[in-house]
Ligand binder design. Structure first.
Ligand SMILES: NC(=O)c1ccc[n+]([C@@H]2O[C@H](COP(=O)([O-])OP(=O)(O)OC[C@H]3O[C@@H](n4cnc5c(N)ncnc54)[C@H](OP(=O)(O)O)[C@@H]3O)[C@@H](O)[C@H]2O)c1
Length: 266
């Protein structure tokens, strides 16, 4: 199926690894001209080089989105090649803390990195979309926004803020041709998640092989109807749908990709 993404320009923040890397590669494979972003230049350049070597078109933008200066640099680099049609706000972090050890500074920093980072890019990239009368803004949210757990309170609250701001943005973009939506992953197997679970496995008795660890950790930590962690490519597939004209009539919505982790009808 042609998703009509050929020639669209897309910026995916935090695409030097994990979900963002899968999303930016999927958009490029559909013919989009992509901007790969990260703080780490070597990792970011490596993703762009892989896209180019596969025949795709990729540029690079480097900057820390927890600061205004970093966001300015990223926007300038991204917009220097032309206007952005698709903004995917994916950059973020989830430092493992509990209510017991999380500090006020952790809360502040997590809000900067996970929420204001996206707002900074919206403020810089959406005004030119308005002039062109078409655009896509996609926040990567998360199931923990709706179904928080005991730990990571600073992170789950930041996810809730991402969901909330995406809906508000959809309302303010009424009639502009720009949609604002959320892709809400469940627990997705990226390198850092695999390392975290493998380190925890001996203490929890989850087994030795990755297959055993995945099966047992899923049951204990993130039970879901499919019975496994999601894969980054499955998040990318949802982003592809929302990025193209097939989703012209979809705005202010949450597309959950979580194997049924979040229970409920909304
Ligand atoms: N994995 C999951 O299960 C899951 C589930 C729900 C939601 N999410 C969300 O998905 C997003 C990606 O997570 P991931 O699991 O793919 O993690 P990841 O592999 O650690 O990727 C995080 C990305 O964000 C970038 N980043 C981090 N802090 C930044 C900052 N201050 N400024 C600019 N870029 C920054 C990193 O760039 P560098 O190259 O500089 O490190 C990296 O590209 C996050 O927002 C996370 O909340 C993940």
């Amino acid at each position: 199926m042609d998703l009509h993404l050929t020639g669209k320009r897309a910026l995916v923040t935090g695409s030097s690894s994990g979900l963002g890397e899968a999303i930016v590669k999927a958009l490029a494979a559909e013919g989009a001209d992509v901007v790969v972003h990260g703080r780490d230049r070597a990792r970011t350049e490596a993703v762009a080089a892989a896209i180019r070597s596969g025949g795709g078109s990729a540029h690079v933008a480097i900057g820390d989105l927890a600061t205004d200066a970093g966001a300015d640099a990223v926007a300038e680099a991204a917009l220097s090649g032309g206007p952005i049609d698709i903004l995917v706000n994916n950059a973020g972090a989830y430092p493992h803390r509990s209510w017991h050890d999380v500090t006020a500074d952790d809360w502040r920093q997590t809000y900067e990195v996970n929420v204001i980072s996206g707002v900074r890019m919206i403020k810089r990239v959406v005004p030119p979309m308005r002039e062109r009368g078409w655009g896509r803004v996609i926040q990567i949210g998360g199931g923990l926004a709706a179904q928080p757990i005991a730990d990571l309170p600073h992170y789950t609250a930041s996810l809730a803020a991402r969901h909330n701001l995406a809906v508000s943005l959809a309302r303010t973009l009424k009639g502009t041709g720009i949609t604002s939506n959320i892709v809400s992953p469940g627990a997705i197997l990226v390198d850092s998640v695999e390392r975290f679970l493998t380190d925890l496995a001996p203490e929890r008795g989850w087994g030795e092989t990755w297959d055993e660890i995945e099966r047992n950790s899923i049951e204990e930590l993130v039970p879901n109807d499919v019975g496994r962690f999601g894969r980054p490519e499955e998040i990318a597939a949802a982003v592809l749908y929302l990025s193209g004209p097939l989703a012209d009539y979809v705005t202010g919505t949450t597309l959950r990709v979580d194997g049924g982790t979040v229970k409920g009808v909304h």
